[in-house]
Design a protein around this ligand. Structure first.
Ligand code: ADP
Ligand code: ZN
Length: 592
């Protein structure tokens, strides 16, 4: 809360107190009854009312008759003529009448005063909360970037050449909207960027604005949805109103799925906040000319959940994938982020790129940053390869935990566990190559075996089976060497189970189950509600899963038993050196 929060809260509670007092006073008339204007006039003509109160939109009357002395009737005058009629009648019948505000009594005055304060306080408080986050209540909270510091260009975006190519014509259009309309060219209004988080969607949108030299308005879909229905919609309108003033410009809406989910699905009805916000967005998208010089770019990592209305022609009709970068892309991204850092000339960015499969731009930026910090801590003149290597481990596994003290037995267990993963991986042809193995605790893990997966777009059954084998190899080795198993590595079995489940339920890779695909059901709220299959099928799937896992475990144990001497050698080397690289492992394997 901001600094004014305390004062406002005081006003609030004081106001509330007074408000309640004034209410107690007023609530003496405990019986009220609504009547039609005609009935009301009847009461008045029959001399049944002792006093009238003209409120802004209602007329109240106190009923005279003794048995109803506590009763009050009121009516909602339909027209101002009716209002006037009642007033005239009251004058005629000499019935006292007052008009609000009711000034009788100090409490009433204070009451209404503080009622105002109360609401003002409430309003200020909400505003304060909003301001704490960003802009003003009801406004779009859009952020604007125009300053040179924030300006991004295509040179800052790497590893997604196709996406860049696709948005190039948008830049041309923004530079000169008039020229495009002269020739009648049709430029898309809305562009949907989709890809995993951190792949550079925001960056790409910024670069489009930066290249064209136009303002960049950004908003977040999830921020549109607030506690009050209608606020999101008004924010959307405000955003587009600002854009119209600034055109040509780029509007960027991050996490569009927060507003753009399929209507009628799960929790989204058409009258709730999400539905209203989406409607406002659709109206705004339809509401400007194609050549108005406004380009709306939106980002999501789940294009499949978007409402069809949103991706119709004339709206977000151009969809561009911002892919997870491949090894070449990662090298380029690393180049961008190391550009203005002090890097030792011996550093091989391609090597780091190979070492970071699966990482996206944001991760790589993080790696470079960590490497710089590590080198700074060690007071090195420049960042070298070993700093990068440590940074990669840190970003992927979490920081080293030097403080954690393992007992000798725990150390030995961990060494055998990791040696188990490593040896299974080295002995299984379809497994990913082992790159490094260590028993230095990092993040949640007591040690880890790092494999280098290829950049691939699909994966074979053999490769998946190898992954499961490598997963269970750790525990199998523990059991062989120590005669017991520990809880230290329960993640391995969860991972193995997940892979097997996908193989059986989704990829049709089990003979027993066949090719059928079993999806997870979702309940009313969009949460997973188990498998969409009959009880019998579920049992079959479960049994197949269990027997596959058991079968793999036994095979792996056999494999390790046959190669027990190698297992011992790797485990001992780990206990001695803590970390082994591929070349060390190769040496050990060759010595047998
Ligand atoms: P997204 O919007 O897809 O979640 P961002 O654009 O917010 O990702 O990326 C966060 C940061 O990561 C960027 O500011 C940039 O520094 C870095 N980054 C991500 N992708 C790339 C890329 N393709 N090239 C260079 N840097 C990138
Ligand atoms: Zn393990």
């Amino acid at each position: 809360m901001n600094k004014n929060g305390g004062v406002i809260l005081w006003i609030l509670s004081f106001g509330l107190m007074i408000f309640l007092f004034s209410k107690i006073d007023v609530s003496n008339q405990n019986l009220t009854k609504e009547v039609t204007p005609t009935e009301f006039k009847e009461y008045l003509t029959n001399d049944n009312l002792s006093e009238l109160l003209f409120d802004k939109s209602v007329v109240r009357g106190k009923v005279k008759k003794s048995q109803e002395s506590l009763m009050e009737i009121y009516t909602l005058p339909v027209t101002s003529a009716e209002f006037e009629e009642i007033r005239k009648l009251a004058v005629e019948k000499k019935v006292k009448y007052r008009t609000t505000p009711d000034m009788s009594g100090l409490w009433a005055i204070l009451g209404s005063l503080f009622q105002i304060l109360l609401f003002a306080g409430l309003f200020l408080w909400i505003m304060g909360r909003q301001m704490g986050k960003a802009n003003t209540f009801g406004q779009s909270k859009a952020k604007r970037f125009q300053s040179d510091k924030d300006r991004k260009t295509f040179a800052d975006v790497a590893g997604c050449e196709e996406a860049k190519e696709e948005v190039r014509e948008i830049v041309e259009f923004l530079k000169n909207p008039g020229e495009f309309s002269r020739l009648g060219a049709r430029v898309p209004k809305g562009i949907l960027l989709y890809g995993k988080p951190g792949t550079g969607k925001t960056l790409l949108a910024k670069a489009v604005a930066g290249e064209a030299g136009v303002p960049f308005l950004s908003a977040n879909g999830s921020k549109f949805i607030e506690m009050f229905v209608g606020v999101g919609a008004s924010r959307v309108r405000d955003l587009f109103a600002t854009a119209r003033k600034l055109a040509p410009c780029v509007i960027f809406i991050d996490e569009i799925d927060a507003v753009g989910q399929k209507r009628g699905s799960a929790i989204y009805g058409s009258h709730d906040e999400g539905g209203q916000t989406l409607n406002a967005l659709l109206e705004e998208l339809d509401g400007f000319e194609v050549n108005a010089g406004i380009i709306v770019m939106a980002a999501t990592n789940r294009p499949d959940v978007l409402d069809d209305a949103l991706v119709r022609p004339g709206r977000f009709d151009r969809q561009i994938q911002v892919p997870t970068p491949d090894v070449h892309g990662r090298e380029l991204i690393l180049k961008v982020h190391t550009k203005d850092k002090k890097i030792d000339p011996s550093v091989d960015l391609l090597h780091i790129a190979k070492d970071t499969t699966g990482m996206v731009g944001a991760d790589l930026e993080n790696v470079v940053n960590e490497a710089t910090l590590i080198a700074t801590k060690k007071k090195k003149p420049a960042v070298d390869q070993s700093d990068f290597s440590e940074a990669v481990d840190k970003v992927s596994m979490g920081p080293m935990r030097k403080s954690i003290k393992l007992t000798e037995k725990e150390k030995k267990t961990t060494a055998y566990h990791e040696a188990g993963h490593t040896l299974v991986a080295m002995l299984t042809p379809s497994a990913d190559r082992v790159h490094k193995v260590t028993i230095i605790p990092r993040g949640q893990a007591l040690g880890f075996t790092k494999q280098l997966p290829e950049d691939r777009h699909s994966i074979t059954k053999k490769e998946l089976e190898a992954m499961v084998a490598v997963c269970v190899g750790g525990r199998a080795a523990e059991e062989l060497a120590m005669g017991e198993i520990t809880t230290g590595h329960s993640d391995d079995f969860k991972k193995a189970t997940d892979i097997l489940k996908n193989m059986i339920n989704k990829f049709g890779m089990s003979e027993e189950v066949g090719m059928a695909v079993f999806k997870d059901k979702t309940d009313f709220f969009g949460n997973s509600a188990g498998l969409d299959a009959s009880q019998k099928t579920k049992e079959l799937l479960e049994n197949v899963l269990k027997s596959k896992l058991e079968e793999t475990y036994q095979k792996v144990k056999e494999l390790l038993t046959k190669n027990r001497n190698k297992l011992d050698a790797i485990a001992n080397a780990l206990l001695e050196k803590e970390t082994l690289e591929l070349k060390d492992l190769d040496l050990i394997m060759k010595s047998f």
